[in-house]
Write a protein that binds this ligand. Structure first.
Ligand code: PMP
Length: 362
């Protein structure tokens, strides 16, 4: 049977061996005689599992002791509200860096709670390629501010590799499409958050990594479920968490650790993206519009020169076992999301298909 590859941007591909493990243990999770979707989040077996998951995550991301790890509800969009609600008691006028769709969404949500400053850092090269201004040219206002940015714009396929350091400002990052794809220096950030459904596991849980001293600024009028201080005090169990998502996330953290951590993952992701971009550069039939310095390693976007062939490309690709390639409706074209679990074989299959398609319709 033909191997199927899932290029969706989220829910994204998960490691096959983890899916098989879930299937095997589903009905009698960890010898508890309960299925994983029935077990109590307060049972000693599950608590033990969450502690191990946290330990593995701390290990792979090298998270210092003075950072708390929270598992929240509401996806990354929930954090678009939680961030200003938890910080603007002190940081009254935050700066929001606009690099694309998701960072702009975060800004628009923040406007409900404060008066944020929007900084546009997107530019075009002479060849019409999008690039992001380097951090030293981000003109942030200096008083009472945190700086929010998104290092990987999932829709457009724009990645910011430079880690922002801005005069001791608190940096807040939407790492939904970046987390666990490469090494990062946690100490440079005040808060990092990420939805799960890309490199962590199934949707339903949202990771927040927060420097402990920032917990004191939560706004008491904010809904309790978005209050980082309350979530930290209750070990992310203020109410019933998505036990299943948390469980799968724990398996993914263990999988990354056993593979050799982010050193291994980063090398593998770099190689996968390089192969695909190199092929894109070699043909005029397909074109990527992102400048090489900001080409995303997780979401490779491109257009067919003959735009009218786009739907046909997507439909025939499915017949070849390649799913989820349709670009976001806002930008059109094709998007191949190649998160951690996408094997190099999947990339090669995609390239073979692209060559075949070009030969047939070019
Ligand atoms: N930020 C980024 C960078 C994303 O890619 C997404 C989802 N694709 C979101 C935010 C929103 O995530 P959620 O659907 O979990 O709210």
């Amino acid at each position: 049977m033909l191997d199927i590859y899932n290029f969706n941007p989220g829910p994204a591909i998960l490691p096959k061996e983890i899916l098989l493990e879930i299937k095997k243990n589903f009905l009698n999770w960890n010898d508890s005689k309960s299925s994983i979707v029935e077990i109590s989040h307060r049972s000693s077996k599950f608590i033990k599992f969450t502690l191990k998951a946290e330990k593995d995550l701390r290990n792979i991301l090298n998270i210092p002791e003075n950072y708390r790890i929270l598992f929240c509800h509401g996806g990354a969009r929930g954090q678009f509200s939680a961030i200003p609600l938890n910080l603007t008691k002190k940081f009254i006028q935050p700066n929001y860096i606009n690099s694309g769709y998701w960072s702009l969404c975060a800004f628009q949500e923040a406007k409900k709670y404060c008066n944020p400053n929007l900084i546009n850092v997107r530019r075009l090269t002479k060849d019409n390629q999008v690039y992001i201004k380097s951090v030293q040219h981000w003109k942030v206002s200096s008083k009472n501010t945190y700086v929010h940015y998104c290092p990987n714009e999932t829709i457009e396929g724009i990645e910011i590799f430079e880690e922002p350091v801005l005069n001791n400002k608190i940096i807040v990052g939407d790492f939904s499409s970046t987390i666990l794809s490469r090494k990062i220096n946690i100490k440079k950030y005040g808060i990092i958050y990420a939805c799960a459904q890309k490199n962590i596991g199934p949707a339903g849980i949202t990771l927040v990594i927060i420097r402990e001293d920032l917990l004191q600024f939560s706004n008491h009028q904010s809904p309790s479920i978005l209050d980082y201080n309350l979530l930290a005090q209750s070990n992310s169990m203020l109410n019933t968490p998505s036990v299943f998502s948390w469980y799968v996330a724990g398996l993914v953290f263990r999988w990354i650790k056993n593979l050799g951590g982010l050193d291994f993952i980063e090398k593998s992701n770099t190689k996968k993206a390089q192969i695909l971009y190199k092929y894109l550069n070699s043909t005029n039939f397909y074109k990527n519009y992102i400048s090489p310095v900001n080409q995303s390693r997780m979401n490779v976007t491109f257009h067919l020169q003959k735009k009218e062939l786009t739907n046909l490309f997507v439909n025939i690709a499915e017949k070849h076992g390649l799913y989820g390639l349709k670009g976001h409706s806002l930008v059109g074209g094709i998007r191949a999301s190649i998160y951690n679990a996408m094997p190099i074989k999947g990339i090669k299959r995609l390239i073979d298909f692209m060559k075949y398609f070009e030969k047939k319709f070019g």
